[in-house]
Design a protein around this ligand. Structure first.
Ligand SMILES: *Cc1c(COP(=O)(O)O)cnc(C)c1O
Length: 408
C-alpha cells in the first residue's frame, strides 16, 4: 500500500495535493519551486529513454534524444540574456553546479595560467571546481550584505597582474541573495590594467537568473557586457521535478573545448557523457506555459512576499536583512533544531534564511511568523539566554539584539 502510494502519487489528485501542501507549507530554507504541473501532461514521456549525450547542435546517429527541445530552450535563454542565435553555445546541464564547472573550465582553457577569483559567499561548487582543476584561487572577502568586497578584489587583482583573471560573479549568492555589481567589477578590471583578453567572467545566476531579468530597475543579465558564460539551475526558480540547469557561453570560446568523439558520432564540449533528455522537454514546457509574463508575476510576487516577511520580523524586534531585488530573508538563527527542521531552515553561524519561492504564500509566511513568535517566547522567556547579536553577519543597522536595538 505504501509502495503503491509512493509510486503513483503524482497521478492521484488527492495525494498529490497532500504531498504538495506539506512541502509548500514547510520548506522555507531551500530554493525549491514545487508549483509545476508537468506530470499531468508529460507523464507518458516516462516510457521513453531520452539521452542527449554530446553537443546539442550536432545530429546524433542515435535517435532517442530531445535535442530539438534542448535547442529551443537554449534559444529562449539566448534571447533573455541578449546574445544572437549564431553567437552562443550552450547546453542543458544537470544543475547549477555543472554550469559552474563548465563556465570555469572554459575560463581555464582560454587562460591556462589564470587565477580564479571568487567571493567567500560563492556557492561551494566554485571552490570544488578550483580543486578539481587544480587552479590557483583567490578568495575575496564580502561586504556585510554578501556582495563581493570590491576593494579586496582590486587589491588582489593588482597583486597578481602577471596572470589572467577568471572571475566568478554571483548573480545572487546562495545564503544572502546578494548580487555582485558586474559593471563595477568590469571597471575595476580595466582600472587595474586587465585588458579584455586578460580576463574571463562567469556569472553564477543559479537562482536569480530568472528573477533579475524581470524586475524593473535591476541590472539585466546580458552578453552585451563582457561576460564569458552564464549558468542557472532549472529546478530552482522555474521549478522542475528533477535537477537540471542551463549553461550558456560564446560560440567562439567553445572550439578550444570541443573534441570530435567517433563513438557517439558527435562532438562533445559538455561535462557529462549521457545527459538527461527529459529535462529539456520539462523546461520547454514550463517556459511555454509561464512565458515571460508568468515569470515576471512570480518574481514580483516573491520579492513582495519577502519584503513582507522581513517587515514582520523587524516590527517584532527580530534581526533580519533583505537585499534589494532579493527573495532571501536572512534572520536570527532559531534556538531550537526542531523548529529549524520543521521549517526546513538552512542555517549558518547565527543566521538562518528563508527563501520566499513562488509556492510560499502570505498564509505560509503568517503561519511561520506566528510559530516563530510563539516558540521564541519560550526560548528567551527566562532571560538567561538572549537572541544572538547579528551585527557582524548582517551589519548593526539590521541587528535588533539587546545591544543594537537601542541605536536605531
Ligand atoms: C544552488 C546554487 C548552485 C548550485 O546549483 P545546483 O543546481 O544545486 O547544482 C550554484 N550557485 C548558486 C548561487 C546556487 O544558489
Amino acid at each position: 500500500m505504501k509502495y503503491d502510494k509512493v509510486l503513483f502519487y503524482p497521478f492521484r489528485k488527492d495525494s498529490t495535493y497532500i504531498h504538495r501542501k506539506e512541502t509548500l507549507n514547510h520548506n522555507l530554507g531551500y530554493p525549491i519551486n514545487v508549483c509545476y504541473e508537468h506530470h499531468a501532461a508529460l507523464a507518458p514521456l516516462l516510457q521513453f529513454y531520452l539521452n542527449n549525450c554530446g553537443d546539442p547542435f550536432t545530429e546524433n546517429t542515435i535517435d532517442f534524444h530531445s535535442k530539438d527541445f534542448e535547442v529551443a530552450v537554449l534559444d529562449w535563454f539566448a534571447q533573455l540574456w541578449e546574445i544572437e542565435k549564431d553567437e552562443y553555445w550552450g547546453y542543458i546541464t544537470n544543475g547549477g553546479t555543472e554550469g559552474n564547472l563548465h563556465g570555469l573550465l572554459i575560463g581555464r582553457e582560454l587562460h591556462p595560467t589564470g587565477i580564479i577569483y571568487a567571493s567567500k559567499d560563492s556557492h561551494y561548487s566554485v571552490f570544488k571546481a578550483a580543486r578539481m582543476y587544480r587552479m590557483e584561487l583567490e578568495t575575496i572577502n564580502t561586504l556585510f550584505n554578501g556582495e563581493i568586497d570590491y576593494a579586496d578584489l582590486r587589491s588582489k587583482l593588482l597583486l597578481n597582474k602577471n596572470k589572467p583573471a577568471i572571475i566568478n560573479v554571483n548573480i545572487g549568492t546562495t545564503f544572502k541573495g546578494a548580487i555582485d555589481d558586474l559593471d563595477l567589477i568590469l571597471q575595476i578590471l580595466k582600472k587595474c590594467g586587465y585588458s579584455n583578453d586578460k580576463y574571463y567572467i562567469h556569472c553564477d545566476a543559479a537562482l536569480y537568473g530568472l528573477i533579475i531579468p524581470f524586475i524593473q530597475h535591476a541590472k539585466t543579465i546580458t552578453f552585451k557586457k563582457s561576460v564569458g558564460s552564464v549558468s542557472i539551475s532549472g529546478h530552482k526558480f522555474l521549478g522542475c521535478p528533477m535537477p537540471c540547469g542551463i549553461q550558456m557561453t560564446r560560440k567562439s570560446y567553445i572550439s578550444s573545448l570541443s573534441t570530435k568523439i567517433e563513438y557517439i558520432a558527435s562532438t562533445d564540449a559538455t561535462i557529462s557523457g549521457s545527459r538527461n533528455g527529459l529535462a529539456p522537454i520539462l523546461l520547454w514546457y514550463s517556459l511555454c506555459m509561464k512565458g515571460r509574463t508568468g515569470l515576471q508575476q512570480d518574481a514580483k510576487m516573491c520579492i513582495e512576499n519577502a519584503r513582507y516577511l522581513k517587515g514582520r520580523l523587524h516590527k517584532a524586534g527580530i534581526s533580519a536583512m533583505l537585499n534589494e531585488f532579493s527573495i532571501i530573508v536572512v534572520f536570527e538563527r532559531p534556538n531550537d533544531h526542531k523548529f529549524i527542521r520543521q521549517w526546513q531552515l538552512s542555517c549558518t553561524r547565527d543566521m538562518a534564511h528563508a527563501v520566499v519561492m513562488p509556492g510560499i504564500t502570505r498564509e505560509t509566511i503568517d503561519n511561520f511568523f506566528k510559530d516563530l513568535m510563539h516558540e521564541r517566547g519560550k526560548w528567551y522567556r527566562v532571560g538567561t539566554i538572549v537572541p544572538p547579536c547579528l551585527a557582524d553577519d548582517i551589519a548593526s543597522q539590521n541587528c535588533l539584539c539587546c545591544c543594537h536595538k537601542m541605536c536605531h
